[in-house]
Design a protein around this ligand. Sequence first.
Ligand code: PLP
Length: 205
Amino acid sequence: MARNNHYWVPAYKDGQFNIDLVELEALLNKLEGQTNYLFLNYPSNPTGTTLNKAELTAIADICRKHGCYVVSDEIYCEQNFTDEGHTSMAEIYPEKTVISNGISKWLGAGGWRIGFMIVPREMSAVVDAMNMYNSEINSGVSSPIQWATIKGFEDTPEMTEYFANSKAILKTISGIFRRNLVDAGIASTTTGDLGSYYVLMDFTN
Ligand SMILES: Cc1ncc(COP(=O)(O)O)c(C=O)c1O
């Protein structure tokens, strides 16, 4: 991103803060011929919304048409409270999506300072650049943290139970918090408990 232009794609309150597809298409038309990256984050900090499969497909269709890459921050992937659950942009648009993630949110390990990116094979130059940058700027993650992280990725009954329990707790707290805000006359700008653990408050009235 350094020394490159960046642009905001509007995401309106009435559209649940999902990005406006007409505006996205207009922007990519304007930037035609350049290499473009769309940065997404869902479930979202700070709106508490998320994107479903249909919405992701619509975004991917526009990006594919314009050759636009996507960097998708899915750090709250296990905090999706919808029945549909989380779909990764990499499932829909694998050829040009980079996943950005870390263990602090979905694994409840804030402060453990480990993050990772998943990059499509055809974008291996990105991995080389990141390795070069990280080898000069960051030091290695301590080995106990690395071993603990491996446990988090294991498909075991313990992990399944942990994810189900933390999701249930966060969804309950978020629902109570939201209801109390509404009772106090402060409408929350998101209408449902969709994901992450944020409520964006609306003080318009
Ligand atoms: C959307 C999003 N991405 C990434 C991060 C970074 O998390 P960490 O620095 O704990 O790995 C945060 C933290 O608040 C976040 O909200």
